[in-house]
Design a protein around this ligand. Structure first.
Ligand code: PNW
Length: 449
C-alpha cells in the first residue's frame, strides 16, 4: 500500500459497494421465491467445491437493515444489488409474486433513507428454473421474458432506483455457464454457446426499451473485461490473443455500440434475426465495467477445440483465488475502451473491483486484511490515472460489501469489506472497511459533499 494520500476524485464521483442476490440473500424458499438454475446446480453433487449452496448464504433477506446500516457507516453513496428474478416471477413466465417485489421495495426505501443510491442489476445469473427447462438463454423466448420482468420491477421501483443495470457479466454466464459448465446451468457447449450471447444481448436491448418506457433511467449493462497478455510472441500466439480479445472483450460490447459481432471467431450467427442488432444497440447511459485481472493467452495445442489456451501470468502478486493483482490492467482497459469506442462510449462506472483473501478474526476478534487495502488503494489510483488520461469514470463499486457465497467456490473465497461468520451470520468490519471509510470521508471533504 502506498502511504501517499489518495488523489482526489472529480465532484460527483460515487463510491459504492456491490453484491448479488443469490450470493447473499439466502431465504431460498421464503415468501414465494421459486427455484433458479443456481439452486438446482448447487444442489447437484460435485458442482460446488465445499458442497454448499446459497440456501442461507449471508441471510441478507432477513438482515438487510443491518447491512444498510453497515453501508451508511461506511459512507458509500451507492449500493449495487441484484433483484432475484425467481422472487419476482417465480416461474419466469407465470404469476407475479408481490412479496418478492415488497422485499426490494423495503431495501430500496431503506437505502434512500440513508442517502444511498439504489443501483439495481436485473440479472445476476439466477434464471428461474422453469425457463431453463424450456431451453434457458438458448431459447430466444427468454429474452422476451426478461423484458417482461424488467417491466415488472420498473413498474414498482422505477421512481426510486437511481441506476438500472440489465445484465451482469453476460460473458461469464455464457462461457462458464454454457461453454465449460463450471457455473449453472452447467452446459458444456464451447462455441456452440453463441446463442446464449445473442439472446442475453437481445434481452438487454428489449429490457432497455422496457425501462425507458417506465423510468427516467439511467440504464447500463455490467460487462467484465480483461486485458489479454500474450505468453509468447510467435504469430500463433498473437492470433490466439486476437481470438481471446474478441471473445472476452468485444463480443458483448461491439454490438452495444452498433458494431455488430466480431467475425473472427467463426460463430454460427444464424440465430441473429433482422432488426436484432438495432435492438441491442439501443443507447445506454453508463457502461458498467467489472475488472479483476488480466488474462495470459498462448496458441492452443494441436487439435484443441478452442483457438487459444489460457495460461497463468508470471510476475504478479496473487489473491487467494490465485488471480494476479494488476492495477495497471484496469488503467489499460479503460484506455482501450476509450480508444476503441470513442464518442460512442458513455460514462463508465467500475461496477465491480475487489479481491479474495483468507481473512479470519484474530484472538481479539479483529479482521486485518492489509492485502485488500493495498489492492483497493492501487486500483483506485489506476482509476484516477485513467481519468487523467481522459476517460470519463464516474464511480467505483467494491466487490463486495460482505464475504459471500462465491458460486462454484462456495464459501471458500472471502471478497468482503465485512467478514461474515456463516454459522451465526455475525458481521465484523475488516480493517479495509475502516480504511475505505477514511478514503470516502476525505474525498467528500475535498469536494464539499
Ligand atoms: C464476478 N472468472 O464473477 C461476479 O459478477 C460476481 O458475482 C463474483 O462474485 C465476482 O466476480 C468474483 O468472482 C466472476 O472466472 C466469476 O474469470 C468468475 C470469473 C470472473 C468473474
Amino acid at each position: 500500500m502506498s502511504t501517499a494520500a489518495m488523489p482526489s476524485f472529480p465532484a460527483g464521483f460515487r463510491f459504492g459497494v456491490s453484491t448479488s442476490a443469490y450470493q447473499i440473500e439466502g431465504a431460498a424458499d421464503v415468501d414465494g421465491r421459486g427455484p433458479s438454475i443456481w439452486d438446482s446446480f448447487a444442489h447437484s453433487p460435485g458442482r460446488i467445491v465445499d458442497g454448499s449452496s446459497g440456501d442461507v448464504a449471508c441471510d441478507h433477506y432477513h438482515r438487510y437493515a443491518e447491512d444498510i446500516a453497515l453501508m451508511a457507516e461506511l459512507g458509500v453513496t451507492a449500493y449495487r444489488f441484484s433483484v432475484a428474478w425467481p422472487r419476482v416471477r417465480p416461474t419466469g413466465s407465470g404469476a407475479v409474486n408481490p412479496a418478492g417485489l415488497d422485499f426490494y421495495e423495503r431495501l430500496v426505501d431503506g437505502l434512500l433513507e440513508h442517502g444511498i443510491h439504489p443501483v439495481a442489476t436485473l440479472f445476476h445469473w439466477d434464471l428461474p428454473q422453469p425457463l431453463e427447462d424450456d431451453g434457458g438463454w438458448l431459447n430466444r423466448d427468454t429474452a422476451h421474458r426478461f423484458a417482461e420482468y424488467a417491466d415488472l420491477v420498473a413498474e414498482r421501483l422505477g421512481d426510486r432506483v437511481k441506476l438500472w443495470i440489465t445484465l451482469n457479466e453476460p460473458f461469464i454466464h455464457m462461457s462458464l455457464g454454457h461453454g465449460t459448465g463450471e457455473h449453472a446451468p452447467g452446459r458444456a457447449l464451447l462455441f456452440d454457446a453463441f446463442p446464449v450471447a445473442h439472446h442475453q444481448l437481445l434481452g438487454h436491448g428489449l429490457a432497455v426499451a422496457a425501462l425507458r418506457a417506465r423510468t427516467a433511467g439511467p440504464v447500463a449493462i455490467a460487462n467484465n473485461y480483461s486485458p489479454v497478455r500474450a505468453a509468447g510472441d510467435g504469430p500463433a500466439d498473437l492470433a490466439a490473443v486476437a481470438a481471446y480479445e474478441a471473445l472476452h472483450n468485444q463480443l458483448f460490447t461491439d454490438p452495444l455500440f452498433g458494431r455488430g459481432y466480431p467475425t473472427e471467431l467463426g460463430f454460427d450467427q444464424s440465430v441473429v434475426r433482422d432488426g436484432d442488432l438495432d435492438v441491442i444497440a439501443a443507447p445506454i447511459d453508463v457502461l458498467g465495467v467489472n475488472y479483476y485481472n488480466p488474462t495470459g493467452v498462448r496458441a492452443p495445442e494441436e487439435g484443441s477445440p478452442l483457438p487459444f489456451e489460457l495460461v497463468p501470468l508470471d510476475g504478479y502478486p496473487r489473491t487467494a483465488f490465485d488471480w494476479p493483482v494488476a492495477p495497471d490492467g484496469l488503467r489499460e482497459l479503460l484506455g482501450w475502451l476509450h480508444a476503441r469506442y470513442g464518442a460512442d462510449l458513455p460514462p463508465v462506472q467500475i461496477t465491480e473491483s475487489g479481491c479474495a483473501y483468507d481473512d479470519e478474526p484474530d484472538a481479539d476478534g479483529r479482521v486485518h486484511d492489509p492485502d485488500r487495502i493495498a489492492y483497493l488503494d492501487s486500483h483506485l489510483r489506476a482509476v484516477r490515472a485513467a481519468i487523467d488520461d481522459g476517460v470519463d469514470v464516474t464511480g467505483y463499486f467494491v466487490w463486495s460489501l460482505l464475504d459471500n457465497w462465491e458460486w462454484a467456490e462456495g464459501f471458500t473465497k472471502r471478497f468482503g469489506l465485512v467478514h461474515v461468520d456463516y454459522p451465526t451470520g455475525r458481521r465484523t468490519p475488516k480493517s479495509s472497511y475502516a480504511w475505505l471509510r477514511e478514503v470516502i470521508a476525505t474525498a467528500r471533504r475535498d469536494t464539499g459533499r
